[in-house]
Design a protein around this ligand. Structure first.
Ligand SMILES: [Zn+2]
Length: 413
C-alpha cells in the first residue's frame, strides 16, 4: 500500500471567520460566522487521495485543505457534482454559447459594443441540435478548429499545468479590483491559485486520445485568449473521477458574456471528453460548494443533473430533493432528515478519541539527525500526548479511517 499524502497538521482555531455568503464585509457575529471542522496543510498529495477527500466534503485553497463545520456554520457549504454523461444544456445555456460563437466568428454579439460587424446566420450555431453536439459547439470557435476559415476574432483555449506568469497575475488583479473591490498581491495570487499539493500521474486513456486533452491528473490553468490577449482563466484540478473547478477569473470588460457560466459548459465537456477517451471512471464536474442561501451560488444549481454530498453519510443526493430539505432547514442532512436543524450549533462537536488500533496504524514522520523515517504513533514519546491525539483524532474522523491510514503526518510539538 502506498502513501497518498503528507500532512502537516495545523492548529485548529475555534474562531470563525466572517461568512462571505450572508454578512457584509468586516462584520463578524456568532450568527454570521463560518467555521471549519478540520484543516490541514499538505505539500504532497496524490490525486487519488484528494479525490477521496473531496468526496468527504474537503476542498483545497492552494496547499491548505479544509472542511466546513456544517452544523455550526451559518451558511453550510455542500459539495456539488454534475454528471457530465447525463448533462443536457438548457436553452439559456445554449443561447449563451451560441452568442459567444457568433461573436467570435462574426463579431456579432447582439448589439454588443465589442462586436465588429453584423454577421449572417452563423453556421456553427445549431438550433435544436442533438446533445452530442455540445462538445462540438464548445470547440467550434477555436482557432485550431477553424484553421484557415476567416473569423472576426481569434479565440484560443489552452490547458497548462498551474504556474505563475505576470499576464495571469494582471488578469487576477483586474478581476479582484473590479468584481470583488479588493486589492491583490502576486504572493496571494500564488498562494491561492498557483500553489498546489497535487502530484501528477498519467491519465490511463485508451489508444489515441485527442491531442487537446491533458496527459496527467493534476492542477491546471485553462487559459482563454481572444486576439492573443488573456481574457479568462479557469483553475482546475483534474482528478480520477472528475474535473474539479477551483476558481475562475475573467477580464471585467467581458462581463456581459457570462464567461463564468460558459466555463462550466466547457469544463463539463472536458470531463465527458476524458471519459469518452477511455477513462470509464471519469464522469463528473465538481463545481465546488453549493450554498443554498447565497444568490450568487444559485447558478450552480442550473446545471442538471447535479447531486449534493450528504454531510453525515457522504452519499450523493439529487439536487431537487436536497433543495426541498434546504428550504426547510439551515442545516439539512439528506440521509437522516431528522438530524436537520435550523439554528447553528453553539460550539464544535466533541471528537471521540480514535480507537487505539487506528491510532497505531497512522504513519508519523520523524526527523532525526537530518533523516526522515516513518514510525507508529505508539512507538514515540510525546511531550503532550493528549494534544497530539486530539489533533490526529480530528483528522482521522474528517478524512475517514481508511484514508487517514494512507497519509503520513508531520507533527511539530
Ligand atoms: Zn452565512
Amino acid at each position: 500500500m502506498s502513501l497518498l499524502g503528507v500532512v502537516y497538521t495545523v492548529e485548529q482555531s475555534d474562531l470563525g471567520t466572517t461568512c462571505g455568503y450572508c454578512s457584509s464585509s468586516g462584520q463578524r457575529s456568532a450568527q454570521a460566522s463560518s467555521f471549519h471542522d478540520a484543516e490541514l496543510v499538505t505539500s504532497y498529495l496524490k490525486c487519488e487521495g484528494y479525490q477521496a477527500m473531496i468526496d468527504r466534503g474537503w476542498r483545497r485553497c492552494g496547499t491548505l485543505c479544509y472542511r466546513p463545520d456544517m452544523k455550526r456554520t451559518c451558511c453550510p457549504q455542500y459539495t456539488i457534482k454534475l454528471d457530465a454523461l447525463e448533462f443536457r444544456a438548457s436553452a439559456s445555456q445554449r443561447k449563451l454559447l451560441n452568442r459567444w460563437n457568433r461573436f467570435v466568428l462574426h463579431g456579432d454579439a447582439s448589439g454588443d459594443a465589442l462586436g465588429h460587424k453584423k454577421g449572417a446566420k452563423p453556421k456553427h450555431a445549431k438550433k435544436g441540435a442533438p446533445e452530442h453536439s455540445l462538445i462540438e459547439s464548445i470547440h467550434a470557435p477555436e482557432k485550431h478548429v477553424l484553421g484557415e476559415e476567416h473569423s472576426a476574432h481569434e479565440f484560443e483555449v489552452t490547458l497548462e499545468p498551474s504556474s505563475y506568469t505576470l499576464e495571469k497575475y494582471q488578469l487576477f488583479e483586474a478581476y479582484q479590483a473590479s468584481i470583488h473591490k479588493d486589492s491583490s498581491y502576486p504572493s496571494s495570487f500564488k498562494r491561492f491559485l498557483v500553489e498546489t499539493p497535487l502530484v501528477t500521474n498519467p491519465i490511463p486513456y485508451g489508444p489515441t486520445p485527442p491531442e487537446h486533452l491533458p496527459k496527467a491528473y493534476g492542477s491546471y490553468h485553462q487559459l482563454y485568449r481572444l486576439d492573443g490577449k488573456l481574457i479568462a482563466m479557469s483553475v482546475l484540478d483534474i482528478l480520477p473521477s472528475c474535473v474539479s473547478s477551483v476558481y475562475f477569473v475573467y477580464d471585467p470588460a467581458f462581463d456581459k458574456h457570462s464567461l463564468g457560466k460558459m466555463s462550466a459548459l466547457r469544463e463539463v465537456s472536458l470531463a465527458k471528453e476524458i471519459h469518452d477517451a477511455g477513462v470509464d471512471d471519469h464522469r463528473y464536474l465538481y463545481l465546488g460548494y453549493y450554498v443554498h442561501t447565497c444568490p450568487k451560488m444559485l447558478y450552480k444549481g442550473e446545471y442538471s443533473p447535479s447531486y449534493l454530498l450528504d454531510p453525515e453519510e457522504y452519499t450523493w443526493h439529487p439536487l431537487p430533493e436536497c433543495k426541498k430539505g434546504l428550504d426547510k432547514a439551515r442545516y439539512a442532512c439528506f440521509a437522516h432528515p431528522e438530524h436537520s436543524s435550523q439554528t447553528p450549533a453553539p460550539q464544535r462537536a466533541t471528537i471521540p478519541e480514535v480507537p487505539l488500533s487506528v491510532l497505531q496504524s497512522l504513519h508519523i514522520i520523524v526527523d532525526e539527525d537530518g533523516e526522515s523515517r516513518i514510525e507508529s504513533f505508539s512507538n514515540l514519546q510525546w511531550s503532550d500526548e493528549a494534544e497530539v491525539k486530539k489533533s490526529l483524532s480530528t483528522l482521522a474522523y474528517s478524512l475517514g479511517f481508511d484514508l487517514a491510514k494512507r497519509m503520513a503526518y508531520v507533527i511539530n510539538e
